[in-house]
Design a protein around this ligand. Structure first.
Ligand SMILES: [Zn+2]
Length: 392
């Protein structure tokens, strides 16, 4: 006769860093039925069906990537979610507008359910999302691509899956003479659907201050630290007053690094003036061959190297994005009862260099190497490979 174990999985001996709970110290963590079941200084291994000794490693809540492209197969730049997310300690990936109201259903019904990573989406205000990017470099060359009511209805009809609306304010995606109209439409979708607005602010065809005027508390300015013209700094490298005002009214400054959307010198100047990223995200996609993109574990490491305390960099990749998405009661922390999503990292010491496409680089001495990722209480990735359900 077999006795049912109290716990499905136990991690022992790790150093837990969970800013939402104020925990920074050695803890054991047990998972049961997909949730965090116990966090304590010692938990008896005999109570768990599987246990993994992670002595000396860093355990954080599963990372949340607020901006990535995960509609794998749905458009050419989207990545394989599990390979990218689980290998980087990321357990929740938010697709930032790869699809619009016309083509999101295959993402919801076929692509995302094929992965273990929790995947949610912002719909693009352009009806086909980014499907025509490779040919047209953007989706808003023709304002007929926008249907405010249809997009708003699609978001409203998918609570818990569609989190808001995305619009790309890039000079390749929308003409200057249409940019205000596109912003008004995106604002209307967010308001009608009762959700939030995420705006690509890198390479804006109109003044950044004009774009920010459309954003209120909880809306997201993504690629906030880009180095293109119309970035957050004035010509004296001071943060523009309109940017400070936006932050003051609760606009979220999100990294969305990609290859070209985060400039080390802009981020450094902002942080020296007290503006740290609220959320660290990747904008992960399949880049052209000459560009480097980074996964979450590298971006947390990079911002830590740039001067963000590790606690703050983990906050910006766990509890803050959870709060921004109104998911703070489910993800972003390892409190008992929360989703059983965790990341285990080796704090690798060495000489590391993270580059950006402006030609700047950031040196660092510590990199978070993913050792193991737990998703819904099961080991999803371990030491270089994806795991099957129930494998440990
Ligand atoms: Zn993006």
């Amino acid at each position: 006769m077999t006795t049912a174990s109290a716990y499905d999985l136990l991690l022992t001996g790790g150093n837990v860093l969970d800013p939402a709970q104020g925990i920074d110290g050695r803890r054991d963590i047990a998972f049961k039925d997909g949730l965090v079941a116990e966090v304590a200084e010692r938990i008896d291994a005999a109570k768990a069906a599987n246990s993994v000794d992670v002595t000396g490693k860093l355990i954080t809540p599963g990372l949340i990537d607020l901006h990535g492209h995960f509609y794998h197969g749905g458009n050419p730049t989207a990545v394989h979610p599990d390979e990218i997310c689980l290998s980087s300690g990321t357990t929740t990936g938010i697709d930032a507008g790869s699809a619009g109201f016309i083509n999101y259903e295959a993402m919801r019904d076929y692509v995302f359910p094929a992965h273990r990573t929790r995947l949610l989406a912002f719909l693009h205000v352009s009806g086909v999302g980014l499907a025509n990017n490779r040919l047209l470099l953007g989706g808003l060359h023709d304002m007929r691509m926008i249907d405010v009511d249809a997009t708003s209805d699609a978001i409203k009809n998918n609570p818990g899956f569609c989190l808001g609306v995305k619009v790309r304010m890039h000079f390749n995606a929308v003409a200057a003479w249409n940019a205000h109209e596109a912003m008004r439409a995106a604002r209307a979708v967010a308001d009608q659907s009762g959700t939030r607005l995420m705006v690509h602010v890198s390479g804006t065809p109109i003044a950044l201050s004009d774009v920010l005027e459309f954003l209120g508390p909880g809306d997201i300015s993504t690629h906030a630290f880009n180095g293109l013209p119309e970035n957050i700094l004035d010509r004296n490298l001071k943060i523009k007053p309109q940017v400070k005002e936006a932050v003051g009214r609760g606009v979220i400054m999100d990294v969305a690094h990609a290859g070209v959307h985060c400039d080390v010198e802009v981020a450094q100047a902002a942080m020296q003036q007290g503006l740290f990223p609220h959320t660290i995200s990747t904008d992960i996609h399949n880049p052209p061959p000459d560009r480097t993109v980074y996964k979450m574990n590298d971006l947390v490491s990079k911002f830590h190297a740039m001067g963000m305390p590790l606690n703050d960099a983990i906050t910006a990749s766990t509890s803050t994005p959870a709060k921004v998405l109104d998911l703070g009661d489910t993800i972003g922390s390892l409190a008992v009862g929360m989703s059983g999503d965790a990341a285990v990292f080796d704090m690798r010491e060495g000489a590391f260099k993270w580059i950006d496409s402006a030609g700047h680089s950031q040196d660092g001495k510590v990199r978070l190497d993913t050792y193991l990722t737990v998703r819904a209480g099961q080991v999803g990735w371990r030491e270089g490979r994806l795991m099957q359900m129930g494998e440990c």
